[in-house]
Write a protein that binds this ligand. Structure first.
Ligand SMILES: [Zn+2]
Length: 211
C-alpha cells in the first residue's frame, strides 16, 4: 500500500468518524492532507459520512486540480494554511455546533477566542484567532488567514466555524475535536465564575510539552 493510498483511506475513515459523532452534518465540513506531490481534499458537495477514497480530489501544491472529483469550494481556507505554516500536514474545517456557537458571540476575544480552560486545548490547539466574517466562498477568508503569517494552528471563522491544522491528519482531527469539546465547555460555563489556567500554567505547558 502506498503512502497516498493510506492517507486516502485515513481521510475517509476519520471523516466518517467525525460525521457519525455529529461533528458535521449534511455536506458541511472538509478535510485535506498533504502527500509527497500535492494535497488530497474531500470533494465539493460531499458528506463526510460517505467519502470514497478513490474519488478524493488531488491538487498540486500550487492549487491545480489534478485528479478525482472537484475539490471543496472552501479549498482556499486550506491552501492559506499550507502556504503560511510549512509544518502543516493536514487541515480540518468543520461547522461543529459549539465552536460555531462561540464564533457567533459578540463578546469573544478576537485575539484569543478559546481561552485556556484545560491543558489539553493549550497543548493540542494553542491560541485561536477569530477571522472576521465574509460570505461563504469569498476567497478573502484565505487572505485573512494569510495575514496571520502562520502564527496560529487554528482559527475560528466568525459566524461560520473552525479551521484547525496539525502536523498530520490524526493530529489535525484530534485538535479539531479538542477545540469543539472546549467550545462546548465554554458555552456550558457561560455566566459561571470560571477559573482559567494562569499565564504561568500556559508557559509551563509550552516548556514541558512544546505546545
Ligand atoms: Zn465552511
Amino acid at each position: 500500500m502506498t503512502d497516498e493510498t493510506r492517507v486516502r483511506d485515513d481521510i475517509a475513515r476519520l471523516s466518517r468518524s467525525l460525521f457519525e459523532r455529529g461533528f458535521s452534518v449534511g455536506s458541511a465540513g472538509n478535510i485535506s492532507a498533504a502527500v509527497d506531490d500535492g494535497i488530497l481534499m474531500t470533494p465539493t458537495n460531499s458528506s463526510l459520512g460517505s467519502i470514497d477514497p478513490g474519488r478524493i480530489s488531488k491538487l498540486s501544491r500550487d492549487g491545480k486540480h489534478i485528479s478525482g472529483d472537484r475539490p471543496s469550494k472552501e479549498v482556499f481556507l486550506h491552501n492559506a494554511f499550507y502556504e503560511t505554516r510549512p509544518q502543516t500536514g493536514a487541515v480540518v474545517h468543520l461547522h461543529s455546533t459549539y465552536a460555531t456557537a462561540l464564533s457567533c458571540l459578540s463578546d469573544v476575544d478576537p485575539e484569543n477566542c478559546i481561552p485556556p480552560l484545560t491543558p489539553y486545548v493549550v497543548m493540542r490547539v494553542g491560541q485561536v484567532r477569530l477571522v472576521p466574517y465574509v460570505r461563504p466562498g469569498d476567497e478573502r477568508a484565505g487572505d485573512l488567514i494569510r495575514d496571520l503569517k502562520g502564527q496560529h494552528a487554528a482559527v475560528l471563522l466568525a459566524n461560520h466555524g473552525p479551521v484547525v491544522t496539525g502536523k498530520d491528519l490524526t493530529s489535525a482531527v484530534y485538535a479539531a475535536e479538542e477545540l469543539e469539546e472546549t467550545a462546548k465547555l465554554l458555552v456550558l460555563l457561560r455566566g459561571a465564575p470560571v477559573r482559567l489556567l494562569s499565564q504561568a500554567n500556559v508557559d509551563e505547558l509550552k516548556t514541558v510539552f512544546g505546545a
